[in-house]
Design a protein around this ligand. Sequence first.
Ligand code: TPP
Length: 920
Amino acid sequence: MKSGFDNLELLEELYSKYQEDPLSVDETWRNFFSKLDTDSFLSKESLTLAPLKPAYVPSAPADLRVYNLIEAYRTYGHLRAKVNPIETHTLPEKDLLTIELYGFNKGELSALFPTCGLLSQEKAPLLEIINALKRIYCDKIGFEYMGLQRPELERWLQTRIETDRFRHTLTIEQKHLILQYLNKSELFESFLHTKYVGQKRFSLEGGETLIPMLAVLIEKGAEKGIGEFVIGMAHRGRINVLSNILNKSYSDVFSEFEEGYIPNSFAGSGDVKYHKGFFATVQTPAGTKVKVSLTPNPSHLESVDPVVEGQVRAKQVQINDQEHEHVIPILVHGDAALSGQGVVYETLQLYRLEGYTTGGTIHFVINNQIGFTTLPRDSRSTLYCTDIARSFGAPVFHVNGEDPEGCVYATLLALELRQKFHCDVFIDLNCYRKYGHNETDEPAFTQPLEYQIIRKKRPIREIYRDELIEHGMLEKYLAESLEEDFKKALHQAMGITKLPPKTTDESKKELPQKTTHESTKTNVSLQTIKEVAKKICEVPTDLSIHPKLANLTKERLSMVEGTPPKPIDWGMAELLAYGTLLWDGTHVRISGQDCGRGTFSHRHGLWMDQVKERTYFPLQHIKADQGLFELINSPLSEYAVLGFEFGYSTAWPEALVVWEAQFGDFANGAQIMIDQYISTAEQKWGQKFGLVLLLPHGYEGQGPEHSSGRMERFLTLCGHDNLQIVNPTTPAQLFHLLRRQILQPIRKPLVVFTPKGLLRHPQCISQLSDLTEGQFNEILDDPSQNKQAQRLVFCNGRVYYDLIAEKTKSNVSNMAFIRIEQLYPLDKDRIKQLIASYKNVKEFFWVQEEPKNMGAWGFIHSELEQLLPNDQHLHYVGRECSASPAVGSHAIHKKEHLDLMKALFERGEMPEWKHQMMRA
Ligand SMILES: Cc1ncc(C[n+]2csc(CCOP(=O)(O)OP(=O)(O)O)c2C)c(N)n1
């Protein structure tokens, strides 16, 4: 019996025969192969099959028709460009560029026509004009730049491309340098392939031209004054980029391939080698130094894009790079991921927004024309994987990986364009993937015919080397010695790798930060609070604000200046937290949907002039040397915006970076950012950052989608002190919590469940003295200090206010309420102390408004039960398990709420408590 592989061989043999002579195979196979030929890679033909109408007016003069023809090449020439090193079929002649469409015939090819500025002479034979157009637009670079709605940019590029200025100015030294980078790129991979057989590395082979492209970009960029590049990329070629672009030592790379490898510098849980980040200062051949970092990246493709943008933005702001010209983002994509992942669109949407722009990103696509086992025809509806670029007016240069000089030319053009127009630009590196998805995969299971072509391919390095030798630009012996020297260096590095690791001493490793429950001093002097309050309530004389806002500022000022001061509400406490941090020079950045005013109109950190178009941010006007304040209404995206803020906070850990969700549950639109980055980045990659998430949460009868911030999800992510999960219940608690985030000695992400109804609840207030004297309390004891209580109720968040209202109403005296403000890390010692202070307690309860399978119960019940006296259990009072977070009907919500209160307050003196189940 024949195995699958035998059949494959047979198939390959048949296909080879068919390629030589289609008539040599029988008709069934002929039909099958001809279909594969046109379908195997996304066919540009599909665009050209419809019968085309003439693109000229018959009466139009010749110069106009020539101009139309030139414009057609500028617009569609890329469709004819020879950019695909594994093209399986030749395109038919008849297409959008055929001369008949523009009113010419073959007999006119030698007739003279105006060149319309394309050539230096005024007139030229039609054939010469067409040949020039083919050379410019249909050679090994496809320029896609027309119709981007940026005429200036299009004109500039046109001049650049058509005068072909620096394409042919590569010196012999530069050509040798390109070859040297190809040597490094390809020989490094083949070395790993033979030394570490069967180990995953996501080889770059087939697309190794990426290395000279990146190298030249960094070199030329540095010479033009760029001080830093931040690169985001996925698995493919990452190890190659680490070694050959960021100069991570070969021996360090090899040691990570060794069996038994244990990292010797960081004691977190770590990550696999093709996800880790790296930072280096690289010296260019001309001696210029430039910083290059590669951002850590999880498996989730494209998720790193907004992270890189956020990091770059933070770095630009830190060095006051207002023109966005000194720190540049580079994103390297895979073709399937680029066209498939929605976060790409969300990230691109940020690029010209004032609060997020980084002045343009240079994108590279390692377009190996496959995603794992899926071909383009199954993975996208667009012609190019880069078609998203058109939505944002970003030019695309389609290049052929087997044309290293063209690739380098396009890269330098992209750099110049980005620096001049501050736009995004894409380089679509058409190449192939030498092996399967990884090195252990057999690609011929799913792409037998493509791999027949690919297996016959010579390495790009060899093709280019032989080209240089053939054109007399390189001596053969020199080429050989360059290769030998590099191989020797790899062998030497390998020798070092075999030595024992530098240190296995655990005590020498950098540890993840530990949290403590010691309080941080966060109170602020009365004088400073007054000065800050005055400034944030001061309306400039030339600003006409909304009358209600004018009243609000007076009201707010009276919370500090009144005699006696009025109670502080949530909005004022929050602004005072930001204001006092800014006062001390901390940078505060808040972004989220509609966060300027605040979804619930509680913040009003952004004032609009009611007469003329003008915005005013009072927190930007506190004092001369204050910290920078940014309050940014974000686009309607969670994934990219949260990713951006995460990136920002990792690059600027001393800043208070806040992301607010419109409602807490919208955060799940950014779940990848929460799971893959925020909760794990310190353990995986050693990143220290203090990002704050504000998630409005609370059961107020607004239906399934507006009640829950999905606290349970965050609580299941907790471990290794990775997060701080807080549901504060007073304005003063919020004030101290936000200040603690900056003033405590460690940096940990903070997830805050924020209120909606409580924003204006008459009981949810604090006194001025709570800000000047207090601190953040992770656990709040019952303020009534009813230490004789027989029932001790633990709770969390807004339900506390319902409970004390009900307690007052029903005149209950045997209960005390303890609020767990900080759920994680949980201060168990403090809870134990409090439990011990209530000596008469017979019953312990946890009350929550969320269904039992949601909220804090799943996390807290085992934590609290361990702390109770021996024979005691924690009784659950709350809604039963539910599929949906909350009911849709307000009336049912109210009934559920009454039932909940009754369940706690209307039981007999000492009921036999069971875990309470309630039904609506
Ligand atoms: C968001 C996401 N979904 C699925 C995967 C699994 N996966 C890993 S690589 C890959 C194919 C990627 O193809 P492409 O973007 O073209 O890059 P290539 O591997 O070809 O370089 C897939 C589906 C993933 N890593 N991330």
